[in-house]
Design a protein around this ligand. Structure first.
Ligand code: CA
Length: 491
């Protein structure tokens, strides 16, 4: 290469690098906690349901009008597993953080007469250079985005790693900025005048929300405080001409169920139980935050270069009104535990006001965001990018199996499951029972077809068994025999 062509080549690479940096889209991931598939005025089923007509989420409606709505989006059935899958692109059976985390070296599991717990990584997600026992480490999505030039902003609930471990601080897992996140999976209180703490009702200080002291003693809702801080971080990023990844993971609408005083009056005349009115006000509060963020993108003139993704981390808990037509609730192996709202607006790419029935699962977010940011994925992950669906909503992914694994002893029974096409097989660990459902004709999972369709049971049991063996999934053990719960194709 002569001197002129070397100079030209150098100039070209500088131009390409600066051009790429300028074109990197911002990503706003608006992640809601414990919000069920029907806990919104946006219909995710074939038409509006009773809950759709009761709840008020006008900003979700706005986003759905602009973007693509997923009717078959899935997460894990509980908080920490979903968050670790999101951060690492790995299926819960592989990362092993299958139950919720909080206290170091302590499992939230309950004693069982017949089965004992596994050695699952109860200290949660940890940085790759940390040495914490019983934990899981992998390069995280924000680490990769940060190394590609993104400012990575964490706001709200982290819940990645246990208290007093490096993983409890999002700053150790790839985030440049941490607003209000730590080991906790729920806030002490949503009220600023309670200091976002449970101490006023003699609750444990472990639930205190960190970093929002300036709002203490003030009549402000936690969702509003986190929204204001998030908007300030976005403004700074735009002022600094830095593309951002804003992971806005609200504590809402997780317990404790406390009304947002701004929105409760909207429901006072309804003939509902007090709990549902409270919950409706929390949903509207969360939706109001979405509206404030969307307005901010418009005001800062970055809406056309910002991808907005709305998702929940698991189904609605059993305290809330049943998410009919789905069966089950948070932690359950039925659809009510795992099927969640998902809306994506990728400017100039996603068609407006469209729906897709293509199934995706939470670990798919990792490779999708990397592809959106123009970053090659060099990591061995279970997630599959769904940019093909975002470009063409009719994309058929029915031959790709989706897996869930919850081998833990809490208040609902442990299970593993697989969905392939319209069929879903659930293996219940404590009883060995297999249930087969045809989701196309029986979304409510009312009729077990395991006896009627043995070939389908065999096919799915083999798929699930192979997946659990390949991922070296943790399993409960039988106390009498000491042997692990058999895989579904070994029954
Ligand atoms: Ca959750």
């Amino acid at each position: 290469m002569n001197r002129t062509s070397r100079l030209f080549s150098a100039l070209l690479s500088v131009f390409l690098a600066s051009n790429c940096a300028a074109e990197k889209p911002n990503i706003l991931f608006f992640f809601v906690d414990d919000m069920g598939w029907q806990d919104t005025s946006v219909p995710f089923h074939t038409g509006p349901t009773k809950l759709n007509r009761q709840y008020r989420t006008p900003n979700m409606e706005r986003l759905a009008k602009k973007g693509l709505l997923f009717t078959n989006a899935y997460a894990c059935s509980i908080c920490s597993p979903s968050r670790v899958s999101l951060m690492t692109g790995q299926n819960a059976a592989r990362h092993g953080v299958t139950c919720w985390t909080l206290r170091k070296d302590r499992s939230p599991e309950r004693p069982n007469t017949n089965f004992s717990s596994s050695q699952w990584p109860l200290n949660g997600l940890q940085p790759t250079d940390a040495s914490v026992e019983r934990s899981f480490s992998a390069r995280t999505l924000p680490e990769i985005l940060r190394s590609a030039g993104y400012r990575t902003i964490h706001a709200g609930k982290a819940h990645f790693g246990a208290q007093n471990t490096p993983g409890s601080d999002p700053g150790n897992l790839g985030f440049d900025i941490n607003i209000a996140g730590c080991h906790i999976g729920g806030p002490g209180s949503y009220h600023g005048d309670k200091n976002f703490s449970a101490k006023w009702r003699n609750g444990d200080a472990i639930w205190d929300v960190p970093g929002l002291e300036k709002y203490h003693g003030r009549k402000i809702n936690l969702t509003e405080a986190i929204t204001r801080e998030s908007i300030a971080a976005v403004e700074q990023s735009v002022a600094d001409k830095n593309p951002f990844y804003l992971y806005l993971a609200h504590y809402a609408v997780h317990a404790p169920f406390e009304p947002d005083r701004r929105f409760l009056p909207n429901y006072q005349k309804e003939k509902w139980k007090a709990h549902q009115k409270t919950y409706a006000s929390m949903l509207e509060s969360m939706d109001h935050s979405l509206g404030q963020l969307l307005q901010t993108l418009e005001r800062l003139k970055i809406a056309e270069n910002t991808i907005v993704v709305f998702m929940s981390d698991n189904g609605s808990p059993g305290n809330n009104p049943q998410n009919i037509p789905l069966r089950g609730s948070k932690i359950s192996g039925y659809e009510g535990g795992t099927r969640v709202p998902l809306i994506v607006h990728w400017p100039d790419i996603t068609p407006a006001d469209k729906r897709t029935n293509s199934p995706i699962i939470i670990e798919d977010i990792f490779p999708t965001f990397l592809e959106m940011a123009g970053i090659a994925n060099e990591h061995e992950i279970d997630g599959k990018s769904f940019t093909d669906i975002l470009k063409a909503p009719e994309t058929d992914r029915s031959r790709r199996p989706l897996f869930w694994h919850y081998p833990n002893l809490y208040h609902l029974p442990p299970y593993s499951s697989v969905r392939l096409g319209d069929h879903k097989l659930i293996h219940w660990h404590l009883t060995g029972k297999l249930e087969l459902f045809d989701l196309k004709n029986d979304l409510g999972e009312t009729t077990n077809l395991a006896g009627a369709r043995p070939a389908k049971v065999n096919e799915l049991a083999t798929l699930l068994g192979n997946h659990l063996r390949e991922t070296k999934a943790f399993r409960l053990s039988n106390r009498k025999t000491g042997t692990p719960v058999p895989h579904p194709d070994e029954l």
